[in-house]
Design a protein. Structure first.
Length: 255
Protein backbone atom coordinates (compact mmCIF):
# COMPACT_ATOMS: atom_id res chain seq x y z
CA UNK A 1 0.00 0.00 0.00
CA UNK A 2 1.24 3.45 -0.92
CA UNK A 3 -0.20 5.89 1.62
CA UNK A 4 0.70 9.01 -0.38
CA UNK A 5 -0.95 7.59 -3.50
CA UNK A 6 -4.11 6.60 -1.60
CA UNK A 7 -4.34 10.01 0.07
CA UNK A 8 -3.83 11.78 -3.26
CA UNK A 9 -6.68 9.76 -4.79
CA UNK A 10 -9.00 10.80 -1.98
CA UNK A 11 -8.00 14.47 -1.68
CA UNK A 12 -8.37 14.92 -5.45
CA UNK A 13 -12.10 14.26 -5.05
CA UNK A 14 -12.63 16.68 -2.14
CA UNK A 15 -13.38 20.41 -2.33
CA UNK A 16 -11.22 21.12 0.73
CA UNK A 17 -9.25 19.53 3.56
CA UNK A 18 -11.39 17.98 6.34
CA UNK A 19 -11.10 19.44 9.86
CA UNK A 20 -12.52 16.39 11.65
CA UNK A 21 -12.92 12.69 10.91
CA UNK A 22 -15.15 9.89 12.16
CA UNK A 23 -14.53 6.13 12.05
CA UNK A 24 -17.99 4.55 12.06
CA UNK A 25 -18.59 1.25 13.87
CA UNK A 26 -20.94 -1.63 13.05
CA UNK A 27 -24.43 -0.41 12.17
CA UNK A 28 -23.59 3.23 12.87
CA UNK A 29 -23.24 4.35 9.26
CA UNK A 30 -26.46 6.39 9.26
CA UNK A 31 -24.50 9.31 10.69
CA UNK A 32 -23.50 10.12 7.12
CA UNK A 33 -27.13 11.13 6.47
CA UNK A 34 -26.40 14.13 8.72
CA UNK A 35 -23.77 15.49 6.32
CA UNK A 36 -24.52 18.36 3.95
CA UNK A 37 -23.21 18.19 0.37
CA UNK A 38 -21.96 14.59 0.75
CA UNK A 39 -19.28 13.16 -1.54
CA UNK A 40 -19.03 9.35 -1.50
CA UNK A 41 -15.80 7.54 -2.41
CA UNK A 42 -16.20 3.72 -2.31
CA UNK A 43 -13.13 1.86 -1.10
CA UNK A 44 -13.36 -0.26 -4.23
CA UNK A 45 -12.63 2.83 -6.36
CA UNK A 46 -9.34 3.55 -4.59
CA UNK A 47 -6.46 1.52 -6.14
CA UNK A 48 -4.78 -0.91 -3.71
CA UNK A 49 -7.19 -0.03 -0.92
CA UNK A 50 -8.60 -2.94 1.16
CA UNK A 51 -12.36 -3.52 1.33
CA UNK A 52 -14.51 -4.21 4.38
CA UNK A 53 -15.92 -7.73 4.56
CA UNK A 54 -18.18 -7.52 7.63
CA UNK A 55 -21.92 -6.83 7.50
CA UNK A 56 -22.74 -3.35 8.80
CA UNK A 57 -19.59 -1.82 7.29
CA UNK A 58 -20.40 -0.23 3.94
CA UNK A 59 -16.85 0.30 2.76
CA UNK A 60 -16.70 3.94 1.68
CA UNK A 61 -15.30 7.33 2.57
CA UNK A 62 -17.94 10.05 2.86
CA UNK A 63 -17.02 13.74 2.95
CA UNK A 64 -19.49 16.44 3.88
CA UNK A 65 -20.26 19.34 6.17
CA UNK A 66 -21.62 19.71 9.71
CA UNK A 67 -22.45 23.35 10.52
CA UNK A 68 -20.23 24.29 7.54
CA UNK A 69 -17.29 22.40 9.03
CA UNK A 70 -15.69 19.87 6.63
CA UNK A 71 -15.83 16.30 7.93
CA UNK A 72 -14.72 12.97 6.47
CA UNK A 73 -16.11 9.61 7.61
CA UNK A 74 -14.78 6.10 7.14
CA UNK A 75 -17.93 4.02 6.87
CA UNK A 76 -16.41 0.58 7.18
CA UNK A 77 -13.36 -0.54 9.15
CA UNK A 78 -10.97 -3.48 9.06
CA UNK A 79 -10.61 -6.08 11.84
CA UNK A 80 -7.70 -8.27 12.88
CA UNK A 81 -9.91 -11.38 12.64
CA UNK A 82 -10.55 -10.69 8.93
CA UNK A 83 -6.88 -11.40 8.25
CA UNK A 84 -5.73 -7.78 8.05
CA UNK A 85 -2.44 -6.77 9.64
CA UNK A 86 -2.10 -3.80 11.99
CA UNK A 87 -0.99 -1.44 9.21
CA UNK A 88 -4.14 -2.29 7.26
CA UNK A 89 -6.39 -2.05 10.33
CA UNK A 90 -5.06 1.42 11.10
CA UNK A 91 -4.92 2.57 7.47
CA UNK A 92 -8.00 4.84 7.82
CA UNK A 93 -6.24 6.68 10.68
CA UNK A 94 -3.07 7.04 8.59
CA UNK A 95 -5.12 8.36 5.68
CA UNK A 96 -6.99 10.85 7.87
CA UNK A 97 -3.70 12.13 9.28
CA UNK A 98 -2.15 12.41 5.82
CA UNK A 99 -5.13 14.53 4.72
CA UNK A 100 -4.06 17.06 7.34
CA UNK A 101 -6.85 16.24 9.77
CA UNK A 102 -5.91 16.26 13.47
CA UNK A 103 -9.26 15.44 15.11
CA UNK A 104 -10.75 11.94 14.98
CA UNK A 105 -13.79 10.34 16.63
CA UNK A 106 -13.46 6.55 16.72
CA UNK A 107 -16.72 4.68 17.29
CA UNK A 108 -17.82 1.07 17.66
CA UNK A 109 -20.63 -1.27 18.64
CA UNK A 110 -19.70 -3.04 21.89
CA UNK A 111 -20.94 -5.46 24.49
CA UNK A 112 -22.00 -3.89 27.80
CA UNK A 113 -20.37 -5.34 30.94
CA UNK A 114 -22.29 -3.37 33.58
CA UNK A 115 -25.76 -4.63 34.47
CA UNK A 116 -26.86 -1.20 35.70
CA UNK A 117 -26.29 0.24 32.21
CA UNK A 118 -28.80 -0.22 29.39
CA UNK A 119 -28.47 -1.70 25.91
CA UNK A 120 -28.56 1.30 23.56
CA UNK A 121 -26.54 3.52 25.91
CA UNK A 122 -23.49 5.35 24.58
CA UNK A 123 -20.14 5.11 26.40
CA UNK A 124 -17.33 7.63 26.22
CA UNK A 125 -14.05 5.70 26.19
CA UNK A 126 -11.77 6.88 29.02
CA UNK A 127 -9.23 4.08 28.57
CA UNK A 128 -8.75 0.62 27.15
CA UNK A 129 -7.70 -2.97 27.85
CA UNK A 130 -5.91 -5.06 25.23
CA UNK A 131 -7.39 -8.53 25.83
CA UNK A 132 -5.90 -10.09 22.68
CA UNK A 133 -2.82 -11.62 24.39
CA UNK A 134 -0.86 -11.20 21.15
CA UNK A 135 2.20 -10.02 23.11
CA UNK A 136 2.25 -12.82 25.67
CA UNK A 137 1.06 -10.69 28.61
CA UNK A 138 -0.87 -12.52 31.32
CA UNK A 139 -2.83 -9.58 32.74
CA UNK A 140 -3.41 -6.66 30.39
CA UNK A 141 -3.07 -3.25 32.07
CA UNK A 142 -5.60 -0.45 31.63
CA UNK A 143 -4.28 2.34 29.43
CA UNK A 144 -6.00 5.63 30.25
CA UNK A 145 -6.57 8.19 27.51
CA UNK A 146 -5.25 11.60 28.49
CA UNK A 147 -8.24 13.59 27.26
CA UNK A 148 -9.80 14.91 30.46
CA UNK A 149 -10.71 18.34 29.07
CA UNK A 150 -12.13 16.95 25.83
CA UNK A 151 -14.15 14.28 27.66
CA UNK A 152 -15.43 16.84 30.17
CA UNK A 153 -16.70 19.00 27.32
CA UNK A 154 -18.34 16.01 25.59
CA UNK A 155 -20.12 15.00 28.81
CA UNK A 156 -21.41 18.55 29.09
CA UNK A 157 -22.70 18.40 25.50
CA UNK A 158 -24.48 15.09 26.24
CA UNK A 159 -26.13 16.61 29.30
CA UNK A 160 -27.37 19.58 27.26
CA UNK A 161 -28.81 17.14 24.68
CA UNK A 162 -30.40 15.00 27.44
CA UNK A 163 -28.42 11.99 26.20
CA UNK A 164 -27.33 9.37 28.73
CA UNK A 165 -23.57 9.10 28.20
CA UNK A 166 -21.65 6.54 30.23
CA UNK A 167 -17.89 6.64 30.63
CA UNK A 168 -15.62 3.65 30.96
CA UNK A 169 -12.92 1.23 29.84
CA UNK A 170 -13.23 -0.40 26.40
CA UNK A 171 -11.77 -3.90 25.98
CA UNK A 172 -10.33 -5.17 22.69
CA UNK A 173 -10.79 -8.90 22.06
CA UNK A 174 -9.69 -10.59 18.83
CA UNK A 175 -12.95 -12.21 17.68
CA UNK A 176 -14.61 -13.19 15.43
CA UNK A 177 -16.39 -15.39 18.01
CA UNK A 178 -17.94 -13.66 20.98
CA UNK A 179 -16.27 -13.99 24.35
CA UNK A 180 -17.21 -16.88 26.64
CA UNK A 181 -19.01 -16.18 29.94
CA UNK A 182 -15.74 -16.98 31.76
CA UNK A 183 -13.83 -14.46 29.64
CA UNK A 184 -16.51 -11.84 30.27
CA UNK A 185 -16.20 -12.35 34.03
CA UNK A 186 -12.42 -12.03 33.81
CA UNK A 187 -12.69 -8.81 31.79
CA UNK A 188 -15.11 -7.43 34.38
CA UNK A 189 -12.62 -8.37 37.12
CA UNK A 190 -9.99 -6.39 35.20
CA UNK A 191 -12.35 -3.36 35.28
CA UNK A 192 -13.43 -3.54 31.65
CA UNK A 193 -16.82 -1.89 31.09
CA UNK A 194 -17.38 -2.77 27.43
CA UNK A 195 -15.93 -5.27 24.99
CA UNK A 196 -15.53 -5.36 21.22
CA UNK A 197 -13.29 -6.45 18.35
CA UNK A 198 -11.83 -3.16 17.11
CA UNK A 199 -10.90 0.43 18.03
CA UNK A 200 -7.80 -0.08 20.21
CA UNK A 201 -5.35 -0.32 17.26
CA UNK A 202 -6.90 2.84 15.78
CA UNK A 203 -6.71 4.71 19.09
CA UNK A 204 -3.05 3.72 19.47
CA UNK A 205 -2.22 4.84 15.93
CA UNK A 206 -4.01 8.16 16.31
CA UNK A 207 -2.14 8.87 19.56
CA UNK A 208 1.15 7.85 17.93
CA UNK A 209 0.47 10.40 15.17
CA UNK A 210 -0.31 13.15 17.69
CA UNK A 211 -4.01 13.41 16.85
CA UNK A 212 -6.85 14.50 19.14
CA UNK A 213 -8.83 11.31 19.84
CA UNK A 214 -12.37 10.73 21.08
CA UNK A 215 -13.72 7.18 21.45
CA UNK A 216 -17.43 6.35 21.73
CA UNK A 217 -19.03 2.90 22.08
CA UNK A 218 -22.65 2.10 21.33
CA UNK A 219 -23.60 -0.64 23.81
CA UNK A 220 -25.59 -3.09 21.71
CA UNK A 221 -25.82 -6.19 23.94
CA UNK A 222 -24.75 -7.56 27.30
CA UNK A 223 -21.67 -9.79 27.51
CA UNK A 224 -22.06 -13.55 27.25
CA UNK A 225 -23.56 -15.14 30.35
CA UNK A 226 -24.90 -11.87 31.75
CA UNK A 227 -28.42 -12.33 30.41
CA UNK A 228 -28.67 -15.91 29.21
CA UNK A 229 -29.47 -14.96 25.62
CA UNK A 230 -27.44 -16.08 22.60
CA UNK A 231 -25.38 -13.28 21.02
CA UNK A 232 -25.50 -12.59 17.29
CA UNK A 233 -24.11 -9.98 14.91
CA UNK A 234 -27.66 -9.40 13.63
CA UNK A 235 -28.77 -8.30 17.11
CA UNK A 236 -25.76 -6.01 17.34
CA UNK A 237 -26.70 -4.33 14.06
CA UNK A 238 -30.36 -4.06 15.08
CA UNK A 239 -29.57 -2.42 18.42
CA UNK A 240 -26.92 -0.09 16.99
CA UNK A 241 -29.48 0.96 14.38
CA UNK A 242 -31.95 1.82 17.16
CA UNK A 243 -29.30 4.00 18.83
CA UNK A 244 -28.37 5.82 15.61
CA UNK A 245 -30.52 8.89 16.30
CA UNK A 246 -28.97 9.70 19.69
CA UNK A 247 -25.53 8.72 18.39
CA UNK A 248 -25.83 11.11 15.44
CA UNK A 249 -27.14 13.96 17.62
CA UNK A 250 -24.14 13.65 19.90
CA UNK A 251 -21.58 13.37 17.09
CA UNK A 252 -22.99 16.42 15.30
CA UNK A 253 -22.46 18.57 18.38
CA UNK A 254 -19.01 17.13 19.11
CA UNK A 255 -17.90 17.96 15.57
Amino acid sequence: MNLNFISSCIISKLPEQPQSAVILGSGLGKFIDSLDKPIVIPYSEIPDYPCSTVSGHKGEWVFGYIYNKPVICASGRFHYYEGFNLDEITLPISVIHSLGCKNVIITNAAGCLKKEWQVGDLMLISGYLDYTFRNGTDTPPIVLLKADQINKKIKSIATELNISLREGIYTWALGPTYETPAEIQEIISLNGNAVGMSTVPEIRKAIELGMNVVGISCLTNYGAGMEGSVLSHEDVLENSNLANKEFSRLLIEIV
